[in-house]
Write a protein that binds this ligand. Structure first.
Ligand code: S3P
Length: 431
């Protein structure tokens, strides 16, 4: 557990410079998982060494995967699909939904018993969404509260291929099904209401697995063989998002964010901020290990409120707390709908954003499936609590840049889950 930590931030004069944000969290998890399940050694560079991904790494080490840390890269000696060992103890997924849900897909088809648990926030999050499809493939998984919450107990075994129509657009659900399906004979298909992030599909292909894109879904034909590869993890657009908004709302700012992943299933934040009138240029576009990457140039801009919903929501799902900060400084109203999923993130982010932004002077209204923000152009400042949610803590830090008085944020150590070095980077930029 984190020590509670409180920070007080002062308004900023503008941020200038060139920065690198840490590696993409989603891609880092998958790099660790797929390297562990591959034949041969993988070299992974740019890996996010945040607590969430370290939980995934420790889990595979617990199951016999050997990892050599060379500093600038990690050598992961894969054990193939059939080489994992039964963990002797509970696997601790920490705060990480991705670790728990993707690992459930992997472990459901492994010939041993495992138990997955995590911190108090993760133990509150819905797990029926993966238990249901995996059970329909023959998995034996049970959990607390009528099989809806962690800890999860998984008696791994032989599964059958399946087809599942997920009611939510969730890459964690999609990946859990694909990762189970790739271990069993035949075609497994997963459909979702809107396309969620496709990092699993891309990286599985990069490791030599045939994953097909279907209209509204994806398919894998098992059993597969993963081949160890060199993986270069791009910077996390979800981490970059904080600095995009920081520059947009703080007069005098201009930032170059280098080497950021711009996968179209993740780049909704760029579309949103541009629709709001934000100046963001994509420079030096290229591909790294099957993922599109660019340098992002962003300048202070006059923003206007917009309506956000539909397919854009899963493409920016982790960025709504900081989108709300931008919306406070936009002219007019910003309306976010179709975003009920925000209620089951690390915390209920609809409630958390409304409470925190409201406390420092924002005009924010919680809706059942979204948030309405009235752009007033100013925040008074004050004292807030992050609710132990890394993205709430960082959004409040960004809000403080353009606030009129100090903002004190309680419980800030949680930023370690996705963005080690966040506070130092802010300070380095003169804040
Ligand atoms: C993730 C998928 C998303 C996202 C989370 C990471 C992933 O969750 O919010 O931060 O790596 O697959 P859902 O699958 O619940 O939408």
């Amino acid at each position: 557990m984190h020590q509670s930590e409180t920070r007080t931030l002062k308004p900023s004069q503008g941020l200038k410079g060139e920065i690198l944000v840490p590696g993409d969290k989603s891609i880092s998890h998958r790099a660790i998982m797929f390297s562990s399940l591959a034949e041969g050694t993988s070299r992974v560079r740019g890996l996010l060494r945040g607590e969430d991904c370290l939980a995934t790494l420790a889990a595979f080490q617990q199951m016999g995967v050997r990892v050599e840390d060379k500093g600038h890269e990690l050598l992961i000696h894969g054990r193939g699909l059939h080489g994992l060992q039964e963990p002797e103890d509970v696997v601790d997924c920490g705060n990480s939904g991705t670790t728990m849900r993707l690992m459930s897909g992997i472990l459901a088809a492994q010939p041993f018993f495992s138990v997955l648990s995590g911190d108090k926030y993760l133990r509150r999050r819905p797990m029926a969404r993966i238990i249901k499809p995996l059970t329909s493939m023959g998995a034996n998984i049970s959990g607390r509260q009528q099989n809806t919450k962690a800890p999860l107990a998984i008696q791994g075994g032989q599964l059958r291929a399946g087809e599942y129509h997920s009611p939510v657009a969730s890459a964690q659900v999609k990946s859990a099904v694909l990762l189970a399906g790739m271990q069993v004979e035949g075609e497994t298909r997963i459909f979702e209401p809107h396309l969620s992030r496709d990092h699993s599909e891309r990286m599985l292909r990069y490791f030599g697995v045939a994953v097909q894109q279907l209209p509204g879904g994806a398919q894998v034909t098992g059993p597969v063989n993963l081949q160890g590869r060199e993986v270069e993890v791009p910077g996390d657009i979800s981490s970059a998002a904080f600095f995009l908004v920081a520059a947009l709302i703080t007069p005098g700012s201009e930032l170059l964010l280098k080497n950021v992943g711009v996968n179209p299933t993740r780049s909704g934040i760029i579309d949103i901020l541009r629709q709001m009138g934000g100046h963001i240029d994509l420079l030096n576009q290229r591909e790294l290990s099957g993922e599109p990457v660019a340098d992002l140039l962003v300048r202070h801009s006059l923003l206007r409120g917009i309506k956000i919903g539909g397919e854009l929501v899963p493409r920016a799902i982790d960025e709504f707390p900081v989108v709300c900060v931008a919306a406070v400084f936009a002219e007019g109203e910003t309306l976010i709908r179709d975003a009920r999923e925000l209620r089951v993130k690390e915390t209920d982010r609809i409630a958390a954003v409304c409470e925190t932004l409201g406390k420092i002077g924002g005009q924010v209204e919680a809706l059942d499936d979204g948030i309405r923000i009235t752009g007033t152009g100013h925040l008074q400042g004050g004292r807030v609590n992050s609710f132990g949610d890394h993205r709430i803590a960082m959004s409040m830090a960004i809000a403080s840049l353009a606030a009129e008085n100090d903002v004190t944020i309680e419980d800030t150590a949680c930023t370690e889950t996705s963005f080690p070095g966040f506070w130092e980077l802010l300070e380095q930029l003169g804040h």
